[in-house]
Design a protein around this ligand. Structure first.
Ligand code: GLU
Length: 380
């Protein structure tokens, strides 16, 4: 479903709501009033047939409050410990708030790595679908306790954007401590005006917004726009709004003019698989191609054949995502490779009819099939 208008949001059945650390934490512990108000609002909407999943930050901020460690620079291992301390209270707050209405909250903790591999990613989708069938409200956070830097999400805005297709949500609501996107920094300029509609979010708009970040969580307005962009590419609208507005979620779902509305893109939305390839998976290697193959991939919509491959880098298995790189080092596409690194070394430059002979089995003709490939220019 594509909602290009606020009135169209009335039809969204499943909604992913992302709530940031700044709104969930008073500085001295969890802001239970905000949590209760948001859960009241969602429970009432749930009674009317809407379904919700939440991405909730706040574990580390809550851990800091419990251990009385202020907003000071903290080593990663200590933050991991603080997340372990805070996540329990965070979850208890949601469990209690939803239970008052007879709904059950379900905790899901994930790392970036869990989404890297296609099979694991799809398994998580099955878990979500079972939870919705059971009527539970999934509450998702990064598994900060085990996430070291290389496997961290940039922040929970990005986590929300990456799991949108898994949750199969038709709307993303990002709740924060400001009313939406402003023309200028509202803290520094009195004449800053709120931008109500973004009909088309372009990559260059993303670059125009700096990211001040925030001291409690990780994401700032720049990352909220990045997340909105990724949602829009999937055909999903985003509302960025203040969590402090009374009944903010139901107001949005009634089509009222709340926050900033980032429209879904008008062109055909990316498939879930392409979204995963472009925005979620991390390539395990590089396949370098000659000019002819690059032109076929870039301009003729063709698959990549072994004859156009000139070099390979990295260590990957058949089915892993790889980057296709043209002469000069520019990555032009990303796709699922049908061969292992060792096999590519054997078949690069070879003609299609010689492949089975070289590898001694009846293999695919394409190194990366067009159906499993997305061009970089489509996603940046
Ligand atoms: N996962 C972190 C937490 O729960 C927050 C990350 C973020 O703010 O984006 O504390």
């Amino acid at each position: 479903m594509k909602s290009g208008t606020r009135a169209g949001l009335k039809k969204c059945k499943r909604i992913l709501v992302k709530i940031g650390s700044q709104v969930l934490n008073t500085g001295h512990g969890l802001n239970n009033r905000v949590i209760e108000r948001l859960c009241d609002d969602m429970a009432l909407m749930r009674d009317r047939g809407r379904e919700f999943a939440l991405v909730s930050s706040g574990a580390i901020a809550e851990g800091r409050a419990i251990m009385r460690i202020g907003d000071v620079k903290t080593a990663l291992s200590k933050k991991q410990a603080l997340a372990a301390i805070g996540q329990g209270s965070l979850m208890r707050a949601y469990t209690d708030a939803f239970r008052r209405y007879g709904y059950t909250a379900a905790q899901i903790l994930i790392t970036r790595e869990d989404l890297d591999e296609r099979r694991r990613y799809l398994n998580i989708r099955n878990t979500f679908s079972s939870l919705f069938e059971m009527g539970a409200v999934p509450v998702i956070n990064e598994n900060d306790t085990v996430a070291v830097e290389e496997i961290q999400f940039t922040d929970n805005d990005m986590l929300a954007a990456m799991i949108l297709p898994l949750v199969e949500a038709q709307l993303l609501i990002i709740l924060t401590d400001i009313e939406g996107l402003y023309s200028k920094d509202p803290k520094a300029h009195d004449d800053a005006a709120i931008i109500r509609e973004i009909p088309e979010l372009r990559p260059r708009d993303l670059k125009a917004f700096g990211d001040g970040g925030n001291p409690l969580g990780r994401g700032g307005i720049g990352s909220k726009l990045q997340a909105s962009y990724r949602a829009s590419m999937l055909g999903v609208p985003t509302i960025i709004a203040s969590a402090y507005i009374p009944q903010v979620i139901s107001s949005i779902l009634e089509g009222k003019e709340v926050g900033t509305f980032v429209h879904p893109r008008k062109k055909a939305a990316l498939s879930q698989k392409d979204h995963w390839l472009g925005f979620v998976s991390r390539p395990k290697g590089k396949i370098f191609v000659d000019e002819g193959a690059a032109a076929m991939v870039l301009h003729k919509g063709k698959s990549l054949l072994p004859v156009g491959v000139v070099d390979v880098e990295g260590s990957f298995l058949a089915g892993d995502p790889v980057e296709i790189v043209q002469k000069g080092g520019l990555a032009i596409a990303v796709g699922l490779c049908n061969f292992t690194t060792e096999e590519i070394i054997k078949i690069m430059g070879a003609g299609t009819k010689d492949l089975a002979l070289i590898l001694d089995y009846d293999c695919d003709e394409e190194v990366v099939h067009r159906n499993n490939m997305i061009l970089r220019k489509e996603i940046l």
